[in-house]
Design a protein around this ligand. Structure first.
Ligand SMILES: Nc1ncnc2c1ncn2[C@@H]1O[C@H](COP(=O)(O)OP(=O)(O)OP(=O)(O)O)[C@@H](O)[C@H]1O
Length: 211
């Protein structure tokens, strides 16, 4: 379970948004919505430890009982999925996946595993391509798979579908929802899209600016 307690984003010690509290159960998604610039992405950045240096995060967040803010960012085990898929451009599709897979086993066995995972999301046969040789939807599926293979304890989704066309968007929503249920981890989704929120989230939180 991921719990946020009175989380806020501040600039020069001045809080920018009303405090946000939420409990996100395993296998479920809570959506953060609100006007552009209110601080949605900054909340995810605070949770993952990558907040812009001019801003401060306030409040507590715990994941499975562990206080996130007491952990170094790399120890938080959070998976981040963004609008622009984070893939290594110089690595093939298979290499991108193998990089995220647990270490150990022979290279041949790891490659075989990577192929099986790719087939699970309909990317069979694309093992030797570079990310730039994939369509937007294929890149999105690869990025999701890569994030999940790193075995995160929670997922942070920052407008992950906004670059996709309508039918791909629908397909990715289903894939993400199923993946979160299967991995049984909590997820926070930042979106501008009402349909994303209503189709995926068990709760929608509207962020409100202060002042
Ligand atoms: N280094 C900084 N110093 C001061 N203010 C900043 C800094 N970085 C970001 N901000 C401000 O913090 C606010 C929150 O930005 P954030 O990207 O979290 O908003 P958002 O709700 O995700 O917006 P959008 O929906 O447009 O992506 C914005 O008003 C932005 O201008």
């Amino acid at each position: 379970m991921l719990e946020l307690t009175s989380v806020q984003i501040a600039h020069k010690r001045q809080a920018l948004i009303k405090p946000v509290s939420a409990s996100v159960n395993n296998g479920e998604i809570v959506a953060l919505m609100g006007p552009s610039g209110v601080g949605k992405s900054s909340i995810l950045a605070y949770l993952s430890g990558s907040l812009s240096s001019g801003l401060q995060g306030l409040g507590q967040a715990s994941l499975d009982g562990l206080q996130l803010m007491q952990l170094a960012p790399e120890q938080r085990q959070l998976g981040l999925l963004q609008q622009h898929p984070l893939l290594f451009p110089h690595m093939t599709v298979a290499e991108n996946l193998m990089f995220a897979m647990p270490k150990g086993g022979s290279q041949t066995e790891r490659y075989r595993q990577a192929k099986l995972h790719l087939a699970e999301v309909g990317l069979q046969g694309l093992e030797e391509r570079l990310p730039e040789q994939l369509s937007g939807g294929q890149q999105a599926r690869l990025a999701l798979l890569r994030t999940l293979l790193s075995k995160p304890n929670a997922l942070l989704l920052d407008e992950p579908f906004s670059k996709l066309d309508k039918s791909l968007r629908q397909e990715m929503r289903q894939l993400v929802k199923q993946a979160i249920e299967k991995a049984n981890i909590p997820a926070i989704l930042v979106t501008h899209d009402e349909d994303d929120a209503t189709q995926l989230a068990v709760q929608i939180i509207e962020l409100e600016a202060l002042g």
